[in-house]
Ligand binder design. Structure first.
Ligand SMILES: Nc1ncnc2c1ncn2[C@@H]1O[C@H](COP(=O)(O)OP(=O)(O)OP(=O)(O)O)[C@@H](O)[C@H]1O
Length: 329
């Protein structure tokens, strides 16, 4: 095995290898014993299954916040456990290489933290590539050609839009409002309109599970009555969920659309012809492509695999080191 392409996200971590494609796609969550914070008990789906029923003495940690590392120790523990799970029978003595995707707006300090963690977790020769570049590559676009690609990425903790051309960034905007904030908006809505108290996990299930058509079963959410504390069920219409998240979605899209102000006219011509590419789990939210089209005045194409295209692109970078070199300058 040569190495890994890694997308360490606020909500999900996705890992690929050139030989096997995507080998891990799990929530970015780490469970540790409170007394031994740097020893992983479990990660990913198994850790998220424990949420809302975590026994005392065990702590849940989100090792990535808003797309970047906040604590070196826990991030190292998490990445080591991720690599172990991604390739459990790795031969010792052959340290794999890695290409890690990072937000386009990452600071030099955040880049150094990511490199340090990746090296300490057992990778040698680590390259960093901006997420929109990896996402574009993962969707079959060429980020080195002399034509502009506009990529919008709505993740769990960050939303970004980046215009790429010929190995460089023409324009970029980001905000730290994304999928997690949409969950919180649903949570507040349920409390205000239905007097129902739910956790973020339930709010996320309502967001992701909103029926697409009137023929589908309506969505039923379970929570506690705000007054009595008793368990209660509420049937939610899709329109209600859309109403709950619309103000947050609108504010994300408006912040990002300012990216067009910095684009030269010819670059706008390119993106008018090609359309903008929407990636990240948030791009699957109903109504988002229409909102983006209205705010940017451009056609929008949602990636075929919005949740994994960044890791696919980071993996592809192992065969295209010229992409990493161009965009790390
Ligand atoms: N079908 C769906 N509809 C709406 N939102 C969705 C859907 N599926 C996943 N999401 C949301 O996508 C977000 C996760 O997306 P993604 O995995 O791209 O983010 P991330 O890379 O972990 O985060 P970041 O890029 O901010 O670090 C979560 O907020 C999740 O609720």
């Amino acid at each position: 095995m040569r190495g890994f392409g890694i997308d360490l996200g606020t909500a999900n971590t996705v890992v690929g290898t050139p030989e096997d494609g995507i080998v891990l796609n799990e929530p970015s969550l780490l469970m540790v014993r409170t007394r031994e914070p740097h020893k992983a008990l479990t990660i990913g789906h198994e850790a998220s299954d424990l949420v809302d029923r975590i026994p005392s003495g065990i702590t849940a940690i989100h090792p990535i916040r808003d797309g970047v590392i906040v604590d070196l120790g826990t991030a190292r523990t998490f990445v080591s456990a991720v690599l172990e799970r991604a390739a459990p029978r790795r031969r010792f003595g052959t340290r794999p290489t890695g290409v890690v995707a990072v937000p386009a707006g990452v600071t030099p300090l955040e880049r150094r933290a990511m490199l340090e963690v990746a090296h300490e977790a057992g990778l040698r020769k680590v390259g960093l590539v901006p997420e929109p570049v990896a996402g574009a590559l993962g969707c079959g676009l060429n980020p080195l050609e002399p034509s502009t690609h506009l990529v919008v990425d709505i993740g769990g903790g960050t939303s970004e839009v980046t215009a790429l051309c010929y190995g460089g960034v023409l324009s970029h905007r980001s905000c730290r409002i994304a999928g997690n904030d949409l969950n919180r908006a649903i949570l507040r809505y349920l409390r205000a309109e239905h007097e129902l108290v739910v956790g973020e996990f339930t709010a996320e299930r309502a967001k992701v599970g909103a029926p697409e058509t009137a023929e589908e079963q309506p969505l039923v959410v379970e929570g506690r009555d705000a007054a009595t504390g008793r368990v209660r069920l509420v049937t939610l219409e899709t329109e209600e969920i859309m109403d709950a998240v619309r103000p947050t979605m609108t504010s994300i899209v408006q912040t990002l659309s300012a990216c067009l102000d910095d684009l030269p006219a010819r670059a706008i011509g390119d993106v008018m012809a090609e359309g903008m590419l929407a990636i990240g789990g948030g791009s699957m939210l109903r109504g988002l492509p229409q909102l983006l089209e209205e705010a940017f005045g451009l056609p929008v194409k949602t990636a075929e695999r919005p949740l994994t295209c960044v890791a696919e692109g980071a993996t592809a970078c192992m065969d295209h080191p010229e992409v990493v070199a161009a965009y790390s300058a």
